[in-house]
Design a protein around this ligand. Structure first.
Ligand code: NAP
Length: 294
């Protein structure tokens, strides 16, 4: 079998196009412009690239950016003060604090200080709780993107045996909650799980989010399964250069899986598209407008 490649770039472009159209309609019909504040503390090179990519996508979608940059020496109190001001600013509908934060700042304290209605990363305990008990709320972007990609292969996820590798609050747990809400039968695996290959071999839908380069081998995958590879791992490439690989051994998996996301070009582009979607959703909810239906 040769797997169908799930084109995350094209699917993300479609979502971004729909968000852009909806943003234009909001301005035309309601005079509203969604706004998002992306907050960067320090000079972490990877974070700077993520923030730049997010800001470019935000502007392209017609969303107003309120980017904030604090020095690496900023105190927790300074960041809390900035968040309080953004919470109170009516023009700011979404707030995202880029992680990781410098060691003097407790990320959980910062996440908990964000107004849950503006928490476009979906990391606030209130939003995590709402997701867990099946109430509407803001859901983390990467997990939403994973489920959208899976649904391009399966019209319904109901009854599928889904295995999620990884239990982080950012990816593994929320993706498992979303799959459960879609009526999949979900198993969450982690570093203490016994016999991962046998567990994965059961999965009709396998989501790998472990941050271990190419750990999932072709032989672990059930023939015909759908594989969503969340991993972004930088490894040594040819000529002293580095390259990005996922958590799944792509060439091996492509021979066994029914459908597979590439890295890069799979889940990654969906994360930013879903951030734009969350900003639109937050803006609609804050203005008592119906949620966008895509
Ligand atoms: P994380 O917080 O480090 O969590 C990794 C999870 O994988 C943990 O639950 C850990 O288990 C589990 N794990 C680690 N080694 C394992 C092993 N050998 N066997 C089984 N489970 C193992 O990572 P994360 O933030 O969830 O990110 C996961 C990957 O996704 C990373 O490569 C990250 O760069 C990528 N990512 C991509 C996007 C995107 O937009 N595409 C967004 C976010 C993250 P324990 O809980 O037992 O330690």
């Amino acid at each position: 079998m040769t797997a169908r490649i799930i084109d995350g770039k094209a699917i993300a472009a479609d979502v971004r196009g729909k968000v852009t159209d909806a943003v234009h309609r909001l301005l035309r019909d309601r005079g509203l412009v969604p706004g998002i504040a992306v907050v960067l503390v320090g000079q972490n090179p990877a974070s700077k690239i993520y923030v730049r990519n997010k800001s470019n996508a935000v502007t392209a979608a017609g969303i107003r950016p309120f980017d904030q940059h604090l020095p690496a020496t900023a105190s927790e109190a300074e960041l809390l003060d900035l968040i309080a001001r953004l919470n109170a600013d009516e023009k700011v509908n979404g707030i995202l604090v880029q992680l990781p934060l410098p060691p003097q700042i407790d990320p959980q304290k910062i996440i908990a200080a964000i107004d849950p209605a503006k928490d476009v990363d979906g990391f606030h305990p209130l939003n995590a709780g709402r997701l867990a008990i099946g109430l509407p709320g803001l859901v983390p972007c990467t997990p939403v993107g994973c489920v959208m990609l899976a649904k391009t292969v399966h019209a319904s996820l109901a009854g599928l045996d889904a295995v999620v590798l990884g239990r982080s609050n950012i990816v593994g747990k929320p993706v498992a909650q979303l799959l459960l809400a879609e009526n999949a039968t979900v198993t969450i695996a982690h570093s203490k799980t016994n016999d991962l290959p046998a567990l994965c071999a059961r999965a009709d839908l396998l989501v790998a989010a472990i941050g271990r380069p190419e750990m999932v081998r072709g032989g672990w995958i059930k023939p015909g399964a759908t594989v969503i590879d969340v991993g972004i791992n930088r490894v040594a490439g040819e000529g002293g250069k580095s390259r990005i690989v996922g958590d799944v051994a792509y060439a091996e998996a492509a021979k066994v899986a029914g459908a597979l996301t590439p890295v890069p070009g799979g889940v990654g582009p969906m994360t930013i598209a879903c951030l734009l979607l969350n900003t639109l959703r937050a803006t609609c909810a804050q203005n008592d407008l119906p949620a966008p239906n895509f």
